[in-house]
Design a protein. Structure first.
Length: 253
């Protein structure tokens, strides 16, 4: 890794993994997530370019995204239906050391398949997570499910969650984003400077690009309304107030 201004470089020494399949910088530039084709990913500290190695049990790290302050990493694993979280509380620039086991990552969401009632019939949502995107304010999380192209009632769909990082980390269901019949979401990203909430841009299998705004007032410590957020279909097995139930709340130790 070259520092152009200083005209110096740091060689990155690593063992195993077999290459790089996914990279994600933390917003503050202090860490880089590096996924490999094997059930192993690394988190690099960018001042000293040392890393921690994290093994996955079932498959490779599929996707990941960072909180705005770079203190929390959310990631998904190929073949699994959950979202994991890693929390970084060390001093910036301190050397990363050792080998960390999967028990250090907390499960913050179980996204197993669930059936929803819609005007067009029952739809199965959930399963393997293909991609994650977190808005720069840290208040909306977009989750792209893989879906099943052979099943009409199990489309690739984007689920949106309200999130809060402080004083504790919380995830709450917010709604869904679905395209035209036959269109599947391929790529997604939040606008870095949307002033009225969060703006999600989606690229579809049909070649179309759409922008989905989520209008809300950003406040520290509390959520304020859904505004223009997509509505949540009625959950078949649970009561209608599902959207107000916390999916995950971090416990203060």
């Amino acid at each position: 890794v070259w520092d152009v201004a200083a005209e110096s470089c740091v060689p990155l020494h690593r063992v195993g993994g077999g290459g790089v399949t996914f990279l994600s910088w933390s917003p503050d530039g202090s860490h880089v997530l590096s996924s490999t084709p094997s059930p192993l990913f690394r988190v690099w500290e960018t001042r000293t370019w040392t890393c921690e190695r994290w093994p996955c049990i079932k498959g490779r790290c599929q996707s990941g995204c960072w909180s705005p302050d770079g203190s929390r990493l959310l990631f998904s694993v190929q073949g699994e239906t959950v979202i994991y979280a890693l929390t970084f509380t060390g001093t910036p620039g301190a050397p990363a050391t050792g080998f960390r086991g999967p028990e250090a990552a907390a499960v913050v969401a179980d996204l197993s398949e669930t059936t929803f009632n819609t005007p067009d019939g029952d739809v199965i949502v959930g399963g393997e997570v293909q991609s994650l995107a977190w808005d720069p304010r840290g208040e909306r999380l977009a989750v792209l499910f893989k879906g099943d192209p052979q099943a009409a009632n199990k489309p690739a769909i984007v689920a949106v969650f309200k999130t809060r990082a402080n004083p504790v980390f919380e995830l709450l269901p917010c709604g869904f984003v679905q395209g035209e019949p036959g269109a599947e979401p391929r790529l997604m990203q939040f606008h870095p400077n949307f002033r009225h909430g969060a703006l999600l841009t989606l690229c579809w299998s049909t070649g179309r690009i759409t922008h989905v705004p989520f209008y809300f007032l950003s406040t520290s410590g509390s959520f304020v309304g859904l505004g223009g957020s997509p509505s949540l279909p009625r959950l078949q097995e649970k009561p209608a107030d599902f959207s107000h139930q916390s999916l995950f709340t971090e416990l203060i130790s």
